[in-house]
Design a protein around this ligand. Structure first.
Ligand code: SAM
Ligand code: ZN
Length: 315
């Protein structure tokens, strides 16, 4: 690495997204792959490297450059909208508790990669708030939180270069979650920690960029190359009902505003989550999480079945 760009501790770990993940040299035109591959020079947008293999990404090079790294999905922010969503769907307290566990498992001075961190997810504020933790954040678009534009299918970091990976509400938006998880395994140090949260029974969001859902068992299997520390549900069947009311009302009235109003009216259904036992929640949750440690051995197919903790077939 040279000295162009606002790159800090992770500068040494940056790699070209090409198959051999070659080292990069910084130049005023952008990053140059030391293998002189087809991606070189990799451009900068707003001073931040764009480390994307455009030949295998949903991102389009010309569009990224022309838009200054804008999100391909229209993002409506605003404090009022966030407040209404919090009221309708509730706070994600599971993520808040899991962030504490995640941080406790990291070594002193730990390096954390946050994938799809363009917006601040629940709990991740605790990771940013820890002065002893060094973070590197990427997303497919540039935001004040991101250090790089990159695609999780080809993480532009060296093997074993981070101690923790945080990937929250992202794996449903990638075309190939199995490839992204293989990449997470590659960039983690030998005993590195991953925290993932992914929808199970949540409706389509982010439009065209929404591809996959996971049961708790399927999510565990997705992370089969990791030793399980904890796995479970995020927001239960009551919250799923509120999501269903929102989408049914939006369809009925052909209006997302009507959907949000209906979700606010239906929001007391979320209280069901407080009384539904964990084993029933597993089979009907809005989302699932996995906290695990990188491993060299994989969960066996029979153990993937044996570990099921849901209520079906158990009364
Ligand atoms: C539902 S948002 C979640 C944002 C944030 N992690 C949170 O928890 O609020 C999904 C995020 O995944 C990002 N994303 C989609 N495809 C991606 C990819 N291939 N690589 C990295 N991030 C991606 C989106 O741009 C978006 O920021
Ligand atoms: Zn290259």
């Amino acid at each position: 690495m040279g000295d162009a760009g606002p790159i800090s501790w992770f500068g040494e770990a940056l790699r070209c997204p090409c198959a051999h993940r070659a080292a990069l040299t910084a130049t005023p035109e952008g990053m140059v792959c030391t293998r002189a591959c087809e991606h070189s020079p990799l451009p900068l947008v707003d001073g931040k490297p764009v480390l994307v293999d455009f030949s295998a990404s949903v991102l389009d090079r010309a569009a990224v450059l022309a838009s200054g790294g804008a999100s391909p999905v229209r993002r409506r922010g605003g404090a009022l909208r966030t407040k209404l969503f919090d009221l309708a769907f509730g706070r994600n307290r599971v993520a808040e508790a899991n962030a504490k566990r995640f941080l406790d498992l990291l070594p002193a001075g730990g390096r954390v990669l946050i994938i799809g961190g363009g917006a601040l997810g629940a709990g991740v504020d605790q990771v940013y708030a820890r002065p002893d933790i060094r973070t590197v954040t990427f997303d497919v678009y540039a935001s004040p939180l991101t250090d790089l534009i990159a695609d999780g299918h080809a993480i532009p970091l060296a093997d074993g270069s981070v101690d923790g990976v945080w990937i929250q509400a992202v794996l449903e938006h990638v075309l190939d979650p199995w490839q992204v998880v293989a990449e997470i395994h590659r960039v983690l140090a030998p005993t590195g920690i991953v925290y993932a949260e992914t929808p199970f029974l949540q409706h389509v969001h982010e439009g065209a960029y929404d591809f996959t859902r996971f049961t708790e068992s399927g999510h565990r299997w997705l992370f089969r190359q990791f030793e399980e520390i904890a796995s479970g549900t995020v927001l239960g069947p009551g919250t799923v009902l509120v999501w269903s009311v929102r989408y049914a009302a939006a369809g009925l009235f052909r209006s997302w505003k009507a959907g949000t109003i209906a979700a606010l009216i239906a929001s007391p259904l979320r209280l069901l989550d407080r009384v539904i036992p964990a084993r029933y929640a597993i089979d009907g949750a809005s989302g699932v999480f996995f906290l695990g440690r990188r491993s060299t051995t994989a969960l066996s197919p029979r153990d993937a079945v044996r570990r099921y903790q849901g209520a079906i077939g158990r009364g």
